[in-house]
Design a protein around this ligand. Structure first.
Ligand code: PLP
Length: 397
């Protein structure tokens, strides 16, 4: 028995943060940390961004929750803005990423059902994927470590073992409803899907009358220097799940879809008590105010390039530790020659917060508002942390 009343599901670091400002966090005992984890790619505008604070406070003083039994003006406003900025015509608001992807899968299945093809229900996914922790989404992700011990795997998901377009082609049959993919596998280790592969998937979906679902929960809302990562490939999905960055720290997500697909989601087919509540909508709209400002995405792209170049130099200086620099914009990964935990701890001791990912990757997903000086601080911290690992290794020999 531990002395905590919490489920023991997390190996939490012993840090108690009390406040945040921009890209910085301060603990109760007054230690400062530069936050290059951003609550796992969530705090897109950093901590306590004045525009978000103001929007949340103003809404909190008026109305918190009414449920979807009533019209919520903020939902219309945010949905219209998301549609204007993307391929989508319709939006369903959720509270989390997993729910957004679940809604995407339900929408795809219901579309085929509505077209007279209820047999088309299977979704093709890729190994290394992560789509959340509900029973449906652990089946979609297909990773044994998340499925173990949780009973029968939900049917209807087929995990393809490689990013091979011929394999995808061979795997499509009369039961296939959709292909589900992250433009960059985040949890899987910042594994980029090349634009040509996304294009080939799009073509395949069109030829086979199946739907392309993109999971942009981690890559979306400016993180890669584009509003959405798939824009770089010049393709449009039929359905897209978003979350994390759109709430800037307030729990929310959304499923975006074309009219053609979403029209099957008639009254009663889906729902959520909290999804799209006035507080979430106020914050989501405020996040978009900033992300859509002229020059904001250029700033992300620029800082992403600077950070990636600096990391490439770090890789050259520590070839025994760093094998590869991965990712785009401000979703970057250092593929290490060992599990990332030691380096994450060493970085923390230098005042830098980072986050691990699969495939021995140390992930950097800072707030999108970081500046050059913060990049300098992060690189110094990484260097010192690596030096300490090198010294400790030498001592042990
Ligand atoms: N999809 C992707 C790509 C993610 O990275 C995550 C979370 O890390 C999820 C879905 C699940 O989101 P949530 O934890 O908000 O349910």
């Amino acid at each position: 028995m531990t002395d905590s009343s919490l489920y023991a599901t997390y190996a939490r670091a012993d840090l108690k943060f009390e406040k945040g400002e921009g890209a910085w966090l301060t603990t109760q005992d007054n230690r400062r940390f530069l936050d290059f984890a951003a609550g796992i790619a969530v705090n897109s505008l950093g901590h306590a961004h004045p525009h978000l604070v103001e929007a949340l406070k103003a809404q909190a003083e008026k109305l918190w929750h009414v449920s979807n039994l009533y019209d919520i003006p903020g939902q219309h406003q945010l949905a219209e803005r998301l549609c204007a900025a993307t391929f989508a015509d319709k939006v369903f608001f959720t509270n989390s990423g997993a729910e957004a992807v679940e809604c995407a899968v339900k929408t795809a299945r219901r579309y085929h059902y509505d077209c007279g093809h209820p047999e088309k229900s299977t979704v093709l996914t890729f190994s290394g994927a992560f789509h959340g922790r509900t029973l449906g989404m652990i089946a979609a992700g297909g990773q044994e470590k998340y499925l173990e011990g949780f009973g029968p795997k939900a049917p209807g998901f087929i995990t393809l073992t490689s990013l091979d377009i011929d394999l995808v082609k061979q795997s499509i049959n009369e039961e296939t409803a959709a292909i589900l993919i992250e433009p960059i596998q985040g949890e899987g280790g910042i594994r980029e899907i090349v634009p040509a592969f996304l294009k080939a998937l799009r073509d395949l979906c069109d030829e086979s009358d199946i739907l392309l679902i993109l999971d942009e929960v981690q890559t979306g809302v400016g993180r890669t220097g584009h509003l959405f990562a798939h824009e770089e490939a010049g393709i449009k999905p039929d359905i897209m799940a978003i979350a994390k960055g759109i709430g800037g720290g307030f729990p929310m997500g959304a499923c975006l879809a074309t009219e053609k697909v979403a029209k099957a989601m008639i009254p009663g087919t889906h729902g959520s008590t909290y999804g799209g509540n006035p507080l979430a909508m106020a914050v989501g709209n405020a996040v978009l105010d900033v992300v859509l400002e002229d020059g904001f995405l250029d700033h992300v792209a620029k800082m992403g390039l600077v950070l990636k170049q600096r990391l490439a130099a770090l890789k050259d200086a520590y070839p025994d530790y760093i094998e590869e620099i991965r990712g785009r914009g401000l979703l970057l990964g250092l593929k290490l020659s060992m599990p990332p935990a030691e380096l994450i701890n060493a970085c923390r001791a230098e005042g830098l917060l980072t986050v691990g990912a699969g495939d021995n990757v140390l992930r950097l997903a800072p707030p999108l508002i970081i500046d050059q000086e913060e990049i300098d601080f992060a690189l110094r911290a990484l260097e010192h942390a690596l030096d300490k690992l090198v010294a400790a290794k030498q001592e042990s020999h």
